[in-house]
Design a protein. Structure first.
Length: 185
């Protein structure tokens, strides 16, 4: 007899994002919400602005270093509210799974197959799909390699959670919150 993967009931979920200002500087943030999308905890990093020397030395690994080492892992380790799982807005952030106590899942819209991070188009596509397909989820899920079991654990919870609210929308809230912080309001 084959055992089933342990399924997760959703009490709260984390939304971890990496945001950039025209690829000049970067900031990370995590928003932990309840199963209705109501904020429970919010943390963010200061802006990281790589120098030209760092860009040259890190090359293609620069964004991974910023997103994972300087933003993602410190945020995951700093939160006090333990989410059932964390959704990320950039595929690079899946790398935080190696340092996380809970599953980390990247979601993207079926309508935006070539995207590596969540965009406003994903939010619109989600809303249109919900109206047109009567509840079918226009999502693709990705996990960090060797953590594929995470997906089996959270897939049912994601389906349930997505009936409560748009899973892309919290990333927009995080981005607006970071803008507010940057303006000193």
């Amino acid at each position: 007899m084959q055992e089933k993967a342990t399924k997760i009931t959703v009490d709260c979920v984390g939304f971890l994002g990496l945001f950039s200002n025209n690829n000049e500087d970067y900031a990370g943030a995590i928003l932990v919400t309840d199963d209705q999308g109501i904020p429970l905890e919010f943390r963010y990093t200061e802006k990281v602005k790589p120098t030209e020397l760092q860009k040259t030395l890190y090359g293609k690994t620069l964004l991974t270093n910023i997103g994972v080492s300087l933003c993602g892992v410190p945020l995951i380790q700093a939160i006090e509210t333990r989410p059932n799982f964390v959704l990320v807005n950039n595929e690079i952030l899946l790398n935080v799974r190696k340092n996380s106590r809970f599953p980390v899942i990247f979601i993207k819209s079926f309508s935006n197959d070539n995207a590596h991070s969540i965009t406003a188009d994903d939010v619109i596509a989600w809303e249109n799909q919900q109206k047109n397909q009567n509840g079918q989820l226009p999502l693709q899920y990705t996990t960090f390699p060797s953590f594929e079991a995470d997906l089996a654990m959270v897939k049912e919870a994601l389906t349930s959670l997505s009936s409560n609210f748009n899973l892309f929308e919290p990333f927009q809230r995080i981005e607006k919150a970071l803008e507010t912080v940057a303006q000193g309001k």
